[in-house]
Design a protein around this ligand. Sequence first.
Ligand SMILES: [Zn+2]
Length: 269
Amino acid sequence: MRIKFSSIWFLGALIVFLYSCKKTDELADFTEEEEILLGDKLAEAIVEDEEFNIIAEEGNSIPYGYAKSRLAEITSTSVISKGEEFNWNIYLLDDDNRQAFAFPGGNIYISSGMIFFLDNEDQFSGLIAHLVAHIDQSHITETLFFKYGVNGLKRIANSGSESDLKSIINDLELSNEFLSFTRGNELQADTLAITMLAETAQSCDAVGLFFTKTLNVQSNQQSQIIAAHRLDQTRIEDISQVVIANGCDTQVDDQSASRYQSFRNSLPR
Ligand SMILES: [Zn+2]
């Protein structure tokens, strides 16, 4: 019986291994340039989409300056792989819903509802670090790959039709299952976010502070980002363990909340 059980286990492990090799091989055909192209196509589609109201950068240099500094603080760390290669940018959305999402190649979107929900600079940086980690590790591209395959992704990146792009954005809005990240990807994103934050002036537990803040909201008020993030107490504990193992500085600077307050007040209302 024991032999049979281990044979089944071995076969299962072999299938998973072969599948992940196949996935990695196929995804390797989707180049960094194509990831950037795909992200840019989606960014253009968001601008055209009436569901999304991007706060204009013109006339809002103060809130954009603040958000871009927080992003640059994270993308300039040494542990990021695509700090130079990707076109990192952050867009603020005028939307009372708590929204935050990212596209392949470097574009990040955060809604005013999310910004007003958070309390300080560290929580905001924690959210950004987590999204940067997903982009850096191509997790969004990988998730889209499961639905479209590498040829589908190439087609959308190079000559994406409006309906293809709309379909990806609809899935994003509805938080369809396919856009949920795997637990493995989540753990990888949290771990990378912690190591990035450890090189910044923020608490290296900022990603934990962000998720703790969102976990404490009643489930019927959870935003899409949480629905797609398999958030529970275990997740917070896993983050804590990584922070402890890293031995990094978890201190939240006492001006973190007041700087963040000024950022919030600078947003158009
Ligand atoms: Zn995530």
